[in-house]
Design a protein around this ligand. Sequence first.
Ligand SMILES: Nc1ncnc2c1ncn2[C@@H]1O[C@H](COP(=O)(O)OP(=O)(O)O)[C@@H](O)[C@H]1O
Ligand SMILES: N[C@@H](CCC(=O)OP(=O)(O)O)C(=O)O
Length: 369
Amino acid sequence: MATLVVKIGTSSLSDAATGDLRLATLGGLAETLTRLRRKGERVLLVSSGAVGIGCARLGLKERPASVAGKQAAAAVGQGLLMSIYDRFFGALGQPVAQVLLTRQDLMDRTRYLNARETLGELLRLGTIPIVNENDTVATEELRFGDNDALSALVAGLIEADWLILLTDVAGLYSANPRLDPAAHLLPEISEISESLLLSARGKSTWGSGGMASKLEAARIAAMAGVTTVITEGSTPQNIVRILAGEAVGTRFRLSGPRGRASLRKRWIGHGLVPTGTLQLDAGAVEAVRSGGKSLLPAGIVAIDGNFEAGALVRLTDTGGHEFARGLVNYSSSELAKIRGHNSQQIAAILDQQGPPKTAVHRDNLIVWS
Ligand SMILES: Nc1ncnc2c1ncn2[C@@H]1O[C@H](COP(=O)(O)OP(=O)(O)O)[C@@H](O)[C@H]1O
Ligand SMILES: N[C@@H](CCC(=O)OP(=O)(O)O)C(=O)O
């Protein structure tokens, strides 16, 4: 029995020019997911489209620029979206459930665990949960904004085997296929390099994430041991072929941790939003990345951001490449005083009693490349 999270983007749900819903796609999706559910697979759908469909209903020709405008459009579109899903899935006797999440829900550990329990119960009850960001209440600073990252976090939360991202192109291309006619489909990706990220800039008219955010989603999913595939939304029947092992779209074979990173570590890495950055020297990078060691203040070269002890920070090498995240044991102002110093010196600088602390303890670190 496999667990899969299928994410469908605005570009696949509605026609960019007319705003009309793509009913054949929605119907095919309902048929395919219902069939998989009947075979015993656990299926969860992450659906975008609230803003786009809300705009179409309101007669707006483009996405509102203001936050309030987008949030109002989402409030119009979300109910419409669910009523359509309920009619399509309901016609096949398949119950669905609406789940709206915000970034804060996944940042707060109790709410994160609660969301996991509820989703688990909905799957046990035989429903197909349909998840979207709770756009109407999400605040700008802490929005997912697009559903690619949300779907990857949800896939990790329910320990899915697959994350299938349905979009309006056949997969990831060597360049944006809408701009470069010579672009070719990349069937398999084993590493997300900087140049790959550069080639993935750009998005469809109504989509909000674009290809780059799908690459980031694949990376988050890999940390949780989930395999990501990007494929065309107009043929949702392809999901069955993907599960059968056929090469369809772009499949990501990224190296994650050995086995799945623990739920707590995944929450540290992706549920929380980092508030600062620590740049490390080569020795510290090696110790944390390959040696599985805690980070000591001696290995910190530079500190960026203002944060308190307990905050989540990014760890980068001197070239700025982020390779880990973790919860710090000192505030940014303390770290500024003790960076580069050894443990004996730190006790004197901070006038502290007792054994010196690590900057980030290995139990509070998640390392990804
Ligand atoms: N390298 C690339 N390969 C494929 N598509 C790309 C690439 N770079 C940019 N894109 C754009 O990404 C779009 C899909 O992302 P997005 O608009 O966010 O869709 P969705 O609504 O499905 O999330 C494509 O329509 C294409 O214009
Ligand atoms: N929560 C938003 C998702 C925004 C969006 O357009 O995302 P996507 O089409 O997946 O790039 C909505 O429902 O409109």
